[in-house]
Design a binder for this molecule. Structure first.
Ligand SMILES: Cc1cc2nc3c(=O)[nH]c(=O)nc-3n(C[C@H](O)[C@H](O)[C@H](O)COP(=O)(O)OP(=O)(O)OC[C@H]3O[C@@H](n4cnc5c(N)ncnc54)[C@H](O)[C@@H]3O)c2cc1C
Length: 427
């Protein structure tokens, strides 16, 4: 039976050394939540905090996105992915053989029965996202500086393309997501700089955005260190075991970092360490691209999702970020920035005042499970090992919730949601 008192667990946690591997948005949120429970927390990262996928993402607090990436009928799109290297979803031919087991699971997750279940399980996390973020953001003094909660507008060029999303929209509504249809004229009123090419859209009222995803990681990281949290630099390569339990992380810096408990939060790179800890996992990466251009006259009031071409545009502090797409190409191949350029060109059709001058291109590695659900889990092998990765398109959105849930699992407190769907050994 789970225990019900969080407070009663604090004395047990006090003085316990928790090590979080990975200083992305997920690792930093986990570390803060563990501090709240009284753990003495160290974060280790092979580089500077916040420089992984958490650095340059689209900045959406996408609490409405409970529909998985693999939706019913996706199988018929596979030939197109293989033939169009600049399309919304593409596969790098060389990586294809390595990716096949992941792809097989991805396609298996697209059956209607699985999709219905996954959506409900993702919604259970997404419904918590704001409640879990807000207190931590307030403690860090970041609220107004980083978050905007004015919803997102998804736009469609034709009524027919909107109807293609009927199932996905209905699925989300059935899971308690607030989505409102908007007309052609309302789109013009909401976002006057958009080209007048959209027949209709939907407003996703509860969506939010951050003004700079990197700043939110660093603002929370500062709170972590201000509260006494320690940061070490080094790549964790393996673990030292004592009495059958992992007790220290071996790092490339030459030092071993001892711990009572450890959390693997290495984003797309979590697979190797999970395997070392006895939990092989079908994690891969969906690479994503974007271009951020300074404000040269184009303006948006909220995030805009261009549903027909599968990209988003986010108004940020430093300019407008245009991007998205999924490239299945692994962690090693160098970026193909033609993808970012192709997305930007589509952005210019939609937002004609967009000007490429001074733009910055970026590619990031989404940590993706084939069923679009994160791993938020205790190890089935070791009482003192936990996993927090695999958030795919939703890592920024679900980071605070992940932190809260991992801290409950570690301290033995009752979790507010059933954790079975997110366990590491579900495949
Ligand atoms: C183009 C794009 C757009 C996106 N848009 C959104 C969005 O709008 N909303 C949203 O919610 N999500 C979005 N995402 C997804 C989101 O960015 C990720 O899910 C999230 O950043 C993952 O965070 P993380 O902390 O798990 O991983 P990361 O930020 O990648 O951090 C992992 C960290 O682990 C470290 N590490 C790895 N291996 C080791 C090791 N062995 N030892 C020590 N350190 C190690 C790395 O150096 C890194 O700092 C987007 C992603 C992309 C690519």
């Amino acid at each position: 039976m789970p225990q019900s008192s969080t407070a009663s667990k604090k004395p047990n946690a006090a003085g316990q050394k928790a090590l979080v591997i990975g200083a992305g948005i997920v690792g930093v949120n986990v570390a803060l939540a563990l501090q709240d429970k009284g753990y003495d927390v160290t974060i280790v990262d092979r580089g500077e905090p916040g420089m992984g996928a958490s650095f340059g993402n689209a900045g959406g607090i996408a609490v409405t996105e409970c529909a998985p990436i693999a939706m019913p009928g996706i199988l018929s799109n596979v030939p197109g992915w293989l033939m169009d290297p600049l399309g919304p979803l593409s596969v790098r031919w060389r990586y294809l053989p390595k990716m096949l087991p992941w792809l097989a699971r991805f396609l298996a997750a697209s059956s209607k029965t699985r999709v219905e279940q996954i959506a409900t399980e993702l919604a259970a996390l997404l419904h918590r996202a704001w409640d879990d973020y807000d207190p931590m953001i307030a403690k860090a003094g970041l609220a107004d500086a980083v978050f905007k909660k004015e919803g997102a507008l998804a736009v469609y060029r034709t009524d027919a393309s909107r109807r293609k999303d009927d199932y996905g929209i209905d699925l989300r509504r059935r899971n308690g997501i607030n989505i409102r249809d908007v007309s052609r004229s309302e789109i013009r009123d909401l976002e006057p700089d958009l080209a007048p090419i959209f027949a209709c859209g939907v407003m996703e009222e509860d969506w939010g955005r951050v003004l700079d995803p990197y700043k939110i990681v660093m603002g929370l990281f500062k709170l972590f260190t201000d509260r006494g949290g320690k940061f070490e630099t080094g790549e964790v390569t393996d673990f030292v075991y004592r009495d059958g339990k992992p007790r220290a992380a071996i790092t490339t810096s030459g030092d071993n970092i001892t711990f009572d408990t450890v959390v693997v939060a290495c984003g797309a790179w979590s697979k190797t360490l999970s395997k070392r800890l006895g939990s092989p996992v079908p994690l891969d990466t969906e690479r994503g691209y974007n271009t951020t251009v300074p404000y040269h006259g184009a303006s948006l009031s909220r995030m805009v999702i261009c549903a027909d071409d599968s990209f988003v545009m986010t108004p940020m502090e430093m300019g407008i970020r245009v991007g998205g797409a999924v490239e299945l190409g692994g962690l090693v191949a160098s970026p193909n920035y033609d993808r970012a350029k192709a997305l930007f060109a589509k952005g210019q059709q939609v937002l004609p005042k967009l000007n490429p001058e001074g733009g910055t291109e970026w590619m990031g590695f989404r940590p993706s499970m084939p069923d679009s659900k994160p791993v938020i889990s205790k190890s089935p092998n070791h009482q003192n090992v936990f996993f927090a990765f695999g958030h795919g398109h939703l890592g920024l959105t679900l980071a605070a919730t992940t932190g809260r849930l991992i801290s409950d699992l570690m301290s033995g407190a009752e979790t507010p949601v059933n954790m079975t769907p997110y366990r590491i050994n579900r495949f």
